[in-house]
Write a protein that binds this ligand. Structure first.
Ligand code: IPM
Ligand code: MG
Length: 370
C-alpha cells in the first residue's frame, strides 16, 4: 500500500468554502474508488483566520502547510476586511504562505475547453484549441521588494513606494521551470518584461537568455515587452506556448489569459517551490479567481477551477497522472453535456448551482470508473 498523501485544505473566504466543498466530495470519491488515500486536514486563512485569530494566517497554519505534500487553497478577501491596515488584510495570509514556503514558480495554464469556445468574448477561431502555460514568478519583484510603504513628506504631501527588484538566482530558477515545462510541451518559451524602461527588466532578459544558452538550447526562446504581450494575447493568443514573466506582469497577463478561455471560474494554478531534503516539492494549488464576495453564499460559484487545481495537485505533487486525467476528463464531459454554472452559460445550456456542478462531476467520475 502506498503511504497516505497529506493534503491541507484552506477554503478561505467568499466562494472559497463553497467551491472547496465540491473538491472535498471529489477527494472523498477518490478515497473510496481509487487506489489512493488522503490524510486531509482543514484550516483557516484570510478573513476567516482574521475573524478567529486576529491575523490572516497563524504560525501554526504555516507550519502545517510546510509539512504536507500539498496545500489546496480556495480564495481570500472580501469587503468585511477591506478597511483593515494593509499588513493585516486577508491577502497578506496568502502572500505569507507563498513567501514562507518559497513557492517561486506559479503555473497558470490557460486552456480553452472545446465546449466553451463560445463562452469567450473573443471569436471562436481565435481561442479554439488554445493551450498556454503562464509561469509567473511568485515570491519576488514589486510584491515583496523593499523599501515599501507610505510616508508623509515635510511639505505635507504623501509618498507611496514599492520596489521592483530581482536577483540572478530568482530569475534563473523560475526560468528553468519554464524551460523544463516547454520541453514537455511544444518547446517554445516567451519571456516577458519591460527591458525598454526597467533595469530589472534588462537583467531579467539577460539572465533568461544566458540560462537558455547554457542549458536549454533545444528550447526556442523569444523575448517580448509585457505590454506587447498583453496585446498579442488578445490578437493571436495561439502564438504562445509557455510564457515566463515576473510577479506583477504575471498577475496581469494571467487574468487576461483566463478570459480567453471563457471564464476566470475555469482556471487552476500550481505554485511550486524547490525539492527539499526529503524529496518533497513544496506546493500549493489554488484557482486563479478570487473570493467573489458579490456571489458568495448563493450557490452560483463555479467549482471547476478549484477541482482542476486538485487535478494539478494529483499530477505535480502526487504523481497520479491517471487520476488527474480522470478528473480533467470529468470536467470535459460535463461541459460537453451543456451543464454550466452561470459564469459560463450559453444559449441552450443548463445552468446549475455549485452543488449541482459537483453532482455532475461525480456522476461522470463514477461513469468512467465503472
Ligand atoms: C492572484 C491574486 C493575488 C495576487 C492577490 C489576491 C494577492 O490576484 O493570485 O493572482 O495579486 O497575486
Ligand atoms: Mg491576480
Amino acid at each position: 500500500m502506498p503511504a497516505n498523501k497529506s493534503l491541507l485544505v484552506l477554503p478561505g473566504d467568499g466562494i472559497g468554502p463553497e467551491v472547496m466543498g465540491q473538491v472535498r466530495r471529489v477527494v472523498d470519491w477518490m478515497d473510496k474508488r481509487r487506489a489512493v488515500t488522503f490524510d486531509l486536514a482543514e484550516d483557516l486563512v484570510g478573513g476567516a483566520a482574521i475573524d478567529a485569530h486576529g491575523i490572516p494566517v497563524t504560525d501554526a497554519t504555516v507550519e502545517k502547510a510546510m509539512n504536507v505534500d500539498a496545500v489546496l487553497l480556495g480564495a481570500v478577501g472580501g469587503p468585511k476586511w477591506d478597511n483593515l491596515d494593509f499588513s493585516k488584510k486577508p491577502e497578506r495570509g496568502l502572500l505569507r504562505l507563498r513567501k514562507d514556503l518559497q513557492l517561486y514558480a506559479n503555473l497558470r495554464p490557460a486552456l480553452c475547453f472545446e465546449a466553451l469556445v463560445d463562452a469567450s468574448t473573443l471569436k471562436p477561431e481565435i481561442v479554439s484549441g488554445l493551450d498556454i502555460m503562464i509561469v509567473r514568478e511568485l515570491t519576488g519583484g514589486v510584491y515583496f521588494g523593499e523599501p515599501r510603504g507610505i510616508e508623509t513628506l515635510p511639505n505635507g504631501e504623501r509618498r507611496g513606494v514599492n520596489t521592483q527588484v530581482y536577483t540572478t538566482s530568482e530569475i534563473r530558477r523560475v526560468a528553468a521551470v519554464a524551460f523544463e515545462l516547454a520541453r514537455k510541451r511544444s518547446g517554445r518559451v516567451t519571456s516577458c518584461e519591460k527591458a525598454n524602461v526597467m533595469e530589472s527588466g534588462v537583467l531579467w532578459r539577460e539572465e533568461v537568455q544566458r540560462l537558455h544558452d547554457e542549458s536549454f538550447q533545444d528550447v526556442e526562446l523569444s523575448h517580448m515587452y509585457a505590454d506587447n504581450a498583453a496585446m498579442q494575447l488578445v490578437r493571436n493568443p495561439k502564438q504562445f506556448d509557455v510564457i515566463v514573466t515576473d510577479n506583477l506582469f504575471g498577475d496581469i497577463l494571467s487574468d487576461e489569459a483566463s478570459m480567453l478561455t471563457g471564464s476566470l471560474g475555469m482556471l487552476p494554478s500550481a505554485s511550486l517551490g524547490d525539492v527539499d531534503e526529503t524529496g518533497r516539492r513544496k506546493a500549493m494549488y489554488e484557482p486563479v479567481h478570487g473570493s467573489a464576495p458579490d456571489i458568495a453564499g448563493q450557490g452560483k460559484a463555479n467549482p471547476i477551477a478549484t477541482v482542476l487545481s486538485l487535478a494539478m495537485a494529483l499530477r505535480y505533487s502526487f504523481d497520479l497522472a491517471e487520476d488527474a486525467d480522470l478528473v480533467e476528463a470529468a470536467v470535459e464531459r460535463v461541459l460537453a453535456k451543456g451543464i454550466r454554472t452561470a459564469d459560463i452559460q450559453a444559449p441552450g445550456s443548463q445552468v446549475v448551482s455549485t452543488g449541482q456542478m459537483g453532482d455532475a462531476l461525480l456522476a461522470e467520475l463514477e461513469a468512467m470508473a465503472a
